[in-house]
Design a protein around this ligand. Structure first.
Ligand code: NAD
Ligand code: MG
Length: 361
């Protein structure tokens, strides 16, 4: 089976396979990605495990079916306690330097299973089998990690996978809010890279519950390619990787204002993107299709302008605390036009004004 994409990281290149039903070929693809592996161990999200683990296991010959462990669903699993348990499991399984961990689930599973692989014996190979739409974003790029009780994603490592096996058929069982959460990152990838891609999305994706088959495959491929292009140029985030943060400066502040878990990431990012578009118009006089974008996102069921329900001063404080803020300055990714992102420091007065004032329709 040929890969859909090949991604280059500083340490190695890895294939991304995207195909309906491909989970039934997991064993064969794992062997392709890591030809000399000794053993496979699967770390699976519990919901995903219930639905699909048999499909993965039965792709292996009966005498060499891998063992697996289930991870409780949700962000709380990216914890030190769960990480310690997984390392213990790896030891008990007798995994060695040539063993492979399969991360089977959404971004939560990918992040903690990847971090386990990054640190067990100072690093063993792992393969991502993403099962959410959001995970098209998290499964490439090489960032892995867990949360500290006081700060999200604060403990981590760069550890690119050896392969990504993406079977879009599994997305059918995702709840609508998870579709929206992931789709915000697709729209973000289009906004920072490519006007034709944005137009294609607006024309071809009008109902997330109907997104499947060739269109979904095409969308995943394009969106992963945008992320890969950025990350390949700047793996360790010294410059343009920051563009992937479009919509996230306010998005993160909204998430943390609401309390983690109250808003999905994508819903917060959708409001954050509209805000960044408004800011781009105010600061750069950018010609951007704000109203079209608003109408489009609203038609897909996103709640927008969430900042209007929060206190502006508190949001500004939260933005200043963001990990990506340097020296108390609030840097925003803005758009000169669709596909042309720039990094710009935003004046606090402008932010306050835009946060507090009614949306010009
Ligand atoms: P998630 O992994 O928590 O999955 C969302 C929910 O969907 C869970 O309840 C899960 O059980 C369920 N689920 C997953 N696949 C399913 C399926 N096929 N059918 C039915 N239910 C399914 O959330 P997520 O949105 O995929 O990922 C969010 C995480 O990703 C965050 O922790 C974030 O920090 C991380 N992330 C990492 C990167 C990175 O570069 N490493 C980038 C973006 C996000
Ligand atoms: Mg994001």
């Amino acid at each position: 089976m040929d890969e859909s994409l090949l991604i280059h990281s500083a340490s190695h290149s890895y294939p991304v396979w995207i195909e309906d039903g491909i989970r039934h070929h997991t064993a064969e693809l794992v062997r392709k990605a890591v030809p000399d592996y000794t053993k496979v161990f699967i770390i699976a999200d519990e919901n995903v495990g219930k639905l699909y683990i048999e499909d993965i296991l039965s792709s292996f010959p009966a005498e060499s079916r891998p063992d697996y462990t289930l991870l409780p669903a949700g962000e709380m699993s990216k914890s030190f306690a769960e990480y310690e348990r997984l390392i213990t499991e790896c030891l008990q399984q007798g995994l060695d330097r040539k063993s492979v961990i399969l991360a089977f689930g959404g971004g939560v599973t990918g992040d903690i299973a990847g971090f386990t692989a990054a640190t067990y014996m100072r690093g063993i190979p792992f393969i991502q089998i993403p099962t959410t739409l959001l995970a098209h974003d998290s499964s490439v790029g090489g960032k892995t990690g867990i949360n500290h009780p006081g700060a999200k994603n604060m403990v981590g490592a760069f550890h690119p996978p050896h392969g990504v096996i993406y079977d879009p058929e599994m997305l059918r069982t995702l709840p609508p809010e998870e579709w929206r959460s992931g789709y915000a990152e697709v729209v973000k990838h289009a906004l920072i890279s490519d006007k034709p891609f944005l137009n294609w999305l607006m024309e071809n994706v009008q109902d997330l519950s109907l997104l499947q088959g060739e269109r979904l495959k095409e969308l995943l491929k394009k969106s992963i390619q945008v992320k890969a292009d950025v990350v390949q140029k700047d793996e360790r985030e010294s410059g343009i990787r920051a563009y992937l943060n479009f919509g996230h400066t306010l998005g993160h502040a909204l998430e943390s204002y609401a309390g983690y878990g109250k808003l999905t990431h994508g819903e917060a990012v959708a409001s954050g993107m509209i805000f960044a578009v408004r800011l781009s118009r105010a600061e750069l006089n950018a010609a951007l299709p704000e109203n079209e974008l608003r109408k489009y996102l609203a038609s897909l069921g996103y709640r927008l302008d969430l900042e209007k329900e929060a206190e502006a001063v508190k949001l500004i404080q939260l933005m200043k605390k963001d990990k990506k803020t340097a020296g108390g300055r609030i840097n925003f990714v803005l758009l000169e036009e669709v596909g042309r992102p720039v990094l710009k420091r935003a004046a606090e007065e402008t932010l306050l004004h835009l946060l507090e004032n009614e949306v010009a329709k």
